[in-house]
Design a protein around this ligand. Structure first.
Ligand code: PBG
Ligand code: ZN
Length: 331
């Protein structure tokens, strides 16, 4: 006697008040993280070709993007950088005079209440575009890269980062970065590791935006194979053992199953990263009129929360916050 007609699910759905009361998952403004691309120069707010609606910002103009976001309730920012020079080892990644470090210091001083996360990787800073030190055979040397990443994380922390977010996918980077930060007396700086970062076509627009596409080959030697869920979970759980404070799952939409599985395996906060390709997928469908903007943005990002993510990184953070603040149109 547990089925229809005694049981009628619509009894708890049809009344709009009750339906609203029973809403299980929501996305809130306090859970959003806005990625920002910082570039050299002054007075620069350059629209990014591959990501309409997103700009490169020079340090002096950062208030133009940070302040409106903060005023509408987005308090956390993830910084990426375009350096003034690149070399084989990406040494500009740990140069305190480069845009990310200058931005961290400037923002921390001007807005003490915001939370600053620095993306920690070498690919934006290396002349070859790979995420670490290249060996002669063209492969990325894991252990030499750990030293570069640690230097980068320390320099970002010294500049004012509250957390560093290693996105390189080398083995052992979380432990190496933790040890390097602790040794410098920065045990309060956290690590938000890209724990489940898949080799993905959805990073395409970002690589144009950040000038970080590999000049040869691809990243499949270090990023995770989308076909291997067990391997992905195993790799992500190593970051937990190594002392990560939070785990990023990316690209978020194509990895909802991974987030759900990680939710069962760890109590660490999880962060879904709706990446540049997801931004463009939504942006294109919305601007062509195929999808309703507010409903599509809410549904897409709420699904990331439903999969088990506590926080969401998205270039739509500002727009979402506005929709959430004003209340969505009903529909
Ligand atoms: C750097 C990095 C990438 C992204 C975040 N950090 C690119 C990549 O791995 O090629 C992707 C972000 C996005 O697509 O929005 N390793
Ligand atoms: Zn990288």
């Amino acid at each position: 006697m547990s089925g229809f007609p005694v049981v009628r699910m619509r009894r708890i759905r049809e009344n709009p008040v009750l339906r609203d009361m029973l809403s299980e998952v929501a996305i809130e403004r306090r859970q959003l993280i806005l990625p920002i691309f910082v570039c050299p120069g002054e007075g620069v707010s350059n629209p990014i070709q591959s990501m309409p609606g997103v700009c490169h910002w020079s340090v002096d103009l950062l208030p133009q993007i940070v302040e409106p976001a903060r005023d509408i309730g987005v308090n956390a920012f993830l910084l990426f950088g375009l350096p003034t020079y690149k070399d084989a080892d990406g040494t500009s990644a740990f140069d305190p005079k480069q845009p990310v470090q200058r931005a961290l210091t400037a923002l921390k001083e001007k807005y003490p209440g915001i939370f600053l996360i620095a993306d920690t990787c070498m690919c934006e800073y290396t002349s070859h575009g790979h995420c670490g030190h290249l060996r002669r055979d063209g492969r990325v040397d894991n252990d030499l890269t750990l030293a570069l990443l640690s230097k980068t994380a320390v320099s970002q922390a010294e500049a004012g980062a509250d957390m560093v977010a290693p996105s390189d996918m080398m083995d052992g980077r979380v432990a190496a970065i933790r040890a390097a930060l602790d040794e410098k007396g920065m045990s309060d700086v956290g690590i938000m590791s890209y724990a489940a970062k898949l080799a993905s076509a959805f990073y395409g627009p970002f690589r144009d935006a950040a000038g970080s596409a590999p000049s040869f080959g691809d990243r499949r030697g270090y990023q995770l194979p989308p076909t291997n869920p067990r391997e992905i979970i195993r790799d992500a759980m190593l970051d937990v053992d190594e002392g990560a404070d939070m785990l990023i799952v990316k690209p978020a939409g194509p990895c909802l199953d991974i987030a759900a599985r990680l939710r069962e395996r760890t109590d660490l906060p999880l962060v879904g990263y709706a990446v540049s390709g997801e931004y463009m997928m939504l942006h294109s469908a919305i601007s062509s009129g195929a999808l309703d903007r507010e409903r599509a943005l809410l549904e897409y990002h709420t699904a990331i929360r439903r999969s088990g993510c506590d926080l969401v990184i998205t270039s739509f953070a500002g727009e979402l916050a506005r929709i959430l603040k004003d209340g969505p149109k009903k529909g």
